[in-house]
Design a protein around this ligand. Structure first.
Ligand code: URP
Ligand code: ZN
Ligand code: ZN
Length: 474
C-alpha cells in the first residue's frame, strides 16, 4: 500500500533553534521533507497559514494511575495522555513504581500492561525505592528494556527514600551502565520532625504542608545529590525544582562542568504558599511544595538563562472532592481525592493536574509575556526532554526522518481555562478562568491527526512504547 502523504502548508515552523516559514511533507509516520516548493503530488494538504507549527510536546514527568494514600491518581494511561494530546503533547514519560520488596522488572511489566492503552507515545522512568538483594544487578537490564532512567528520593522516609550510601551505589551503577539518575530532593528527616511538631500543635491546614517541607531541605538535598553524583561519576537530572537555592546549586554544578540538569514545572512558576492558605488550598498540595513569589521569579530567570533544561508537569491529579462524580466520556466517575486530607494536611494526596495545561499556559504567560522566547518554549517542553532521555531526534524536533508529531498552533485564539471544558479527569483546574492567547488547533501523532479543534480522533492503544536510547546530558 502506498504511504499516505500529507503536506502542512504555509505555516511558520518553530523549533528549539529556528523560526522559519516552511512547508512540511509527511509520508506515513515520518517527516519526509521541509522547505518550500516541495513535490507534494498525491498529498492531502493541510492549510497552516497564520499558524505556528511546532514539534509535539514531550512531557518528561507524569504519574498515571499512581496509588497514593489509599487512592490513585485520577488520570490513567488512557485519560491522561488524551488530555496531554489536547494540550499539544504527543509523548509522555511515566514513572514506574517499585513495590517494596519486589524487583524493578516486575514493576515494569505491570506498567507495560497498563500503558498499552495509551493513545499517544510513551516512555518510562523507573522508581528505585527499595534496594534489596539483586536490585543493583537489575539496573543494566533497565537499559536493555528501553528504560535508561530512574528516580531516587531523599524524602518519604520509610516508604520511598533511599539512604545516601544506597543512592551513591545506584549512581555508580548509572555511571557504569549509561543510565540517567533522577532525584527528588527534599530532606526526609527534617520533614518528619516538622510534621510531628506541627500535628502536636494542632496545625493541620494545607499551608502546613509547605511549612513542614522547607526550601532549605530541598537546597540541602539537591546539593547532596549533586555531590553524590559527582563522586559516583554519573550525570544527574533533578526533577521538579521549586526554589532559588536549588536552582543556584544546579547552576553552580553546571558552571563546574558537571553533567547536572534541572527540571521545573508550571506550578512552581505561577503559584506560592499563598494558594495553600485559600479555603480550597488542598488543590495545590504537591511535593515538593509551591514556595514563594521570589522563587517563581528566580525559576523564570533560570529558564531564560538555561540553568534549567526542561519543564515537565509532574501531572499527578486527584479530585478536589472525590465524593462528587464528574462526567467523563459520557460516564459518571468519582475517585477519592483531596477530601481524604480534610482536617489533616498529611493525608491530602500529593500531586496536581497539569498535563493539558503545560503548553498553553507556558505559551501565553511565558512566550506571550516575554519571559521566554518561542524557541526556548520548544526547547524546554519538547527538544530538551527528548534529548536528555534518548528520544531525540525521533521526538522533540521537526526534521526529515523524525516522527511526524506535529502541533499546529493558532496563536490568536483566545480561550478561558475551564475544568469542565478540559480533558484532565478531575474536578478542578489550577488555572481556572485564566485567559489563554494561543492554543493547539491540530495535533498529529506519527502523521495521524488525533486532535482536530475540539474533536478527539485518537484511540486507546494508539501510542507506542518509546525505548530510550543513550541519555544525552545537556
Ligand atoms: O506531589 C507530587 N509531586 N506527587 C507525585 C510524586 C513525586 O514525588 O513526584
Ligand atoms: Zn518527586
Ligand atoms: Zn513526580
Amino acid at each position: 500500500m502506498a504511504q499516505e502523504k500529507l503536506l502542512i502548508r504555509g505555516g511558520t515552523l518553530i523549533t528549539a533553534a529556528d523560526t522559519v516559514p516552511a512547508d512540511i511533507l509527511i509520508e506515513g509516520e515520518k517527516i519526509k521533507a521541509i522547505g518550500s516548493g516541495l513535490d507534494a503530488r498525491g498529498a492531502k494538504v493541510v492549510d497552516a497559514k497564520e499558524r505556528v507549527v511546532m514539534p509535539g510536546g514531550v512531557d518528561p514527568h507524569v504519574h498515571l494511575d499512581l496509588p497514593m494514600f489509599g487512592t490513585v491518581s485520577s488520570d490513567d494511561h488512557y485519560t491522561g495522555p488524551k488530555a496531554a494530546a489536547f494540550g499539544g503533547t504527543t509523548t509522555v514519560m511515566d514513572f514506574v513504581p517499585q513495590e517494596p520488596g519486589h524487583s524493578l522488572l516486575s514493576g515494569l511489566r505491570a506498567w507495560q500492561e497498563k500503558a498499552s492503552r495509551s493513545p499517544i507515545d510513551f516512555g518510562f522512568h523507573m522508581n528505585v525505592t527499595w534496594l534489596g538483594e539483586g536490585i543493583l544487578d537489575e539496573l543494566p537490564r533497565l537499559r536493555e528494556e528501553g528504560v535508561p532512567s530512574f528516580k531516587v528520593f531523599t524524602a518519604y522516609n520509610g516508604r520511598m527514600r533511599l539512604q545516601d550510601g544506597e543512592i551513591f551505589q545506584v549512581f555508580q551503577a548509572a555511571a557504569r551502565f549509561g543510565l540517567m539518575p533522577m532525584l527528588h530532593a527534599e530532606n526526609g528527616d527534617v520533614i518528619d520532625l516538622l510534621v510531628a511538631q506541627a500535628l502536636a500543635e494542632g496545625k493541620t491546614s494545607p499551608e502546613w504542608h509547605a511549612l513542614t517541607r522547607p526550601a532549605w531541605g530541598e537546597v540541602e538535598a539537591t546539593t547532596r545529590g549533586i555531590a553524590l553524583a559527582a563522586m559516583a561519576g554519573s550525570p544527574l537530572y533533578v526533577v521538579h525544582v521549586t526554589c532559588e537555592g536549588a536552582l543556584r546549586a544546579i547552576r553552580e554544578a553546571r558552571e563546574r562542568r558537571l553533567p547536572v540538569m534541572g527540571e521545573t514545572c508550571p506550578q512552581y512558576l505561577f503559584f506560592s504558599i499563598h494558594e495553600l492558605t485559600r479555603p480550597d488550598g488542598a488543590k495545590w498540595v504537591c511535593s515538593p511544595p509551591v514556595r514563594s513569589p521570589e522563587d517563581n521569579q528566580a525559576l523564570w530567570q533560570g529558564l531564560r538563562q538555561q540553568w534549567i533544561q526542561s519543564v515537565g508537569t509532574d501531572h499527578c491529579p486527584f479530585f478536589f472532592d472525590g465524593t462528587q462524580p464528574i462526567v467523563y466520556e459520557g460516564r459518571k466517575v468519582a475517585i477519592p481525592g483531596k477530601e481524604l486530607g480534610q482536617g489533616d494536611f498529611t493525608k491530602i494526596p500529593n500531586g496536581l493536574p497539569g498535563i493539558e495545561d503545560r503548553l498553553p499556559i507556558l505559551w501565553t504567560y511565558g512566550v506571550g509575556q516575554g519571559r521566554i522566547s518561542a524557541n526556548q518554549f520548544v526547547a524546554l517542553t519538547s527538544t530538551n526532554p527528548a534529548r536528555v532521555f534518548g528520544l531525540y531526534p525521533r521526538k522533540g524536533t521537526l526534521q526529515p526522518g523524525s516522527d511526524a508529531d506535529i502541533v499546529i498552533w493558532n496563536p490568536s485564539t483566545r480561550r478561558r481555562v475551564l475544568a469542565r471544558e478540559g480533558h484532565q479527569r478531575t474536578d478542578y483546574n489550577l488555572y481556572e478562568e485564566w485567559e489563554l492567547v494561543g492554543v493547539p488547533e491540530k495535533v498529529f501523532l506519527r502523521g495521524r491527526l488525533i486532535v482536530d479543534g475540539k474533536q478527539w480522533l485518537g484511540r486507546r492503544g494508539g501510542g507506542v512504547f518509546l525505548p530510550g536510547g543513550g541519555p544525552q546530558p545537556l
